[in-house]
Design a protein around this ligand. Structure first.
Ligand code: COA
Length: 206
């Protein structure tokens, strides 16, 4: 289905990146919603509303566009409660392998790569230049940040953040709510929710 327009939830950094991907995908009508917006304010030259519109125009879709995993989960729930269709955006420069499955409300950024038979749950972000390799499974609301890489046959739980430039070697399991810090490298399973830093990644003290 052709997307006539996109309602972007949020106007932070990730929402702006998402708008950039949407424009590259040929979506020309964008509206942002953010509770802190001021009357008449615009974002990247497009309207920025303080409240959700009362109805979604025909042919429009909604993209939950908070970079924060928990906020994005809430945005997905709010859009679903209204019965409004969730967009999935894949940048034209991204590559997507065969038999992969990308859920609703996912954003695949510029120059990202999704390997064959990878599966992404609802509301995931695979950000600019990031890699999710073959047969890897991401639970809902994960974020693989810019230039991060998750090697093949990994299994990530829900709302996992792989920080900018971080790496997960092949075949690992990461539990719900794991945050792998920027530049870290996971070389063993990380089961418990929490922050992991360094090479090899170790649980942060606090
Ligand atoms: C790990 C992280 C969550 C910590 O954030 P924070 O709680 O605000 O921590 P602070 O910045 O106060 O730093 C606390 C300590 O951890 C260290 N630290 C922070 N991030 C680190 C990282 N990625 N690797 C190693 N050490 C790190 C700091 O140097 C500081 O050390 P110190 O106490 O010896 O001075 C954050 O730095 C990070 O890596 N977030 C990922 C962000 C990201 O990639 N976003 C995606 C954008 S697309």
């Amino acid at each position: 289905m052709t997307v006539r327009g996109l309602l972007l939830l949020g106007c932070g950094g990730h929402a702006r990146s998402a708008a950039n991907v949407a424009l590259a995908c040929g979506v020309t009508q964008l509206v942002f919603v953010d509770a802190n917006a001021k009357e008449g304010e615009r974002c990247l030259g497009f309207p920025l509303l303080p409240d959700w519109p009362s109805r979604l125009p025909e042919g429009w879709q909604v993209l939950p566009a908070a970079g924060d995993n928990d906020r994005r989960r809430l945005q997905c729930a709010q859009a679903t409660a209204r019965g409004w269709p969730l967009a999935t955006l894949i940048a034209p420069t991204a590559t997507v392998g065969e038999c992969s499955d990308i859920g609703a409300a996912c954003l695949i950024g510029h120059h990202a790569h999704i390997g064959p038979a990878a599966r992404l749950g609802q509301g995931c972000i695979v950000n600019t230049g990031a890699i999710v390799e073959h047969e890897t499974v991401l639970g809902a609301y994960c974020h693989v940040a810019i230039n991060a890489a998750v090697a093949g046959r990994c299994c990530l739980g829900q709302a996992v953040l792989i920080g900018a430039g971080a790496t997960v070697i092949d075949g690992l399991k990461l539990g719900d709510g794991v945050l792998l810090g920027a530049g870290a490298c996971a070389v063993s399973d990380l089961a418990a929710a929490g922050v992991y830093l360094g090479v090899p990644a170790r649980r942060a003290a606090h």
